[in-house]
Design a protein around this ligand. Sequence first.
Ligand code: ATP
Ligand code: MN
Ligand code: MN
Length: 302
Amino acid sequence: KSQSLDDDGEAVAEKLGVRLTSPDRIVYPGQGITKSQIVAYYEDVAEAMLPHITGRPLSLVRCPQGRTKQCFFQKHDTGGFPEQLRSGSVVEKDGEKQDYFYVEDLAGLVAGTQMNVLEWHVWGSHFDDIEKPDRLVFDIDPDEGLDFSAIVSAAFDIRDRLKDLGLVSFPMVSGGKGIHVIVPLRPKAEWPEAKAFCKGLAQTLADEEPQRYTASLSKAQRKGRVFIDYLRNERGSTAICPFSVRSREGAPVAVPVGWDELPKVSAANGFSLAAAIERSKNEAWPNYFKLKQALTAEMAVT
Ligand code: ATP
Ligand code: MN
Ligand code: MN
């Protein structure tokens, strides 16, 4: 068991009315991190994380036998989950209703952990205004072997381009290989407009610096380049939630950082649970929830 982490998850869960089974089961074998310690982690970051996750449809990565065994994405509530992990219906494009998970509080995160959720992925819109994104994500995906500094440069280039258009953005290390540049929005434009905007911005960067960037999903196009993945910005697409743990080697966390901090960050997967808790104590994204910016037709990049 990891000695450096709180281990009171069972008591935390009980207080919230969630029964935590096998609290001492190790879910990250490399680090010896237990289910109970994951619960304790979410209690510690809840204040910073919850504003980013509540009210949004989710996609979950579940690893019933721990990180190193089979994991799977689960979008829909198939039953058997504690009630604190809620579900709400979304009308799909074909008119059919589907149930999606959501959480409203720490109890929801604990209930998910009980069900072996190791990653929390969020939609870019809320249930109450589902057709209008209130966050955009530029997901920077480097080709293998690229230096992290190339990813950091890409993040700054995206930030500058957005700033020219009047949009403030915020960086997050994904806990995997890349950085996400996130733009909080007032929900005004609908999904197709948001996607077109993001595609236009990614394509412009790729056109201007084809040796550095590609806006194409094709792996062949990525050779030695950074893929600016704008495809997170579609109705139903998700991105990893700030402060979610990742089901990757090392038990890394997706962590918001400041633009001033980013040049000093050396990897996307450098935040351990303990480091993420520490980082969560100081707001990395001041004003994130206060900005009143929206996409306008004049911003469209063509
Ligand atoms: P990295 O920095 O390593 O790229 P990432 O979280 O950005 O980490 P990506 O592979 O770029 O990982 O995926 C971006 C997002 O796409 C994921 O965070 C997830 O929300 C979504 N995604 C990826 N694969 C699936 C899948 N099989 N089912 C549902 N959503 C997925
Ligand atoms: Mn990515
Ligand atoms: Mn991607």
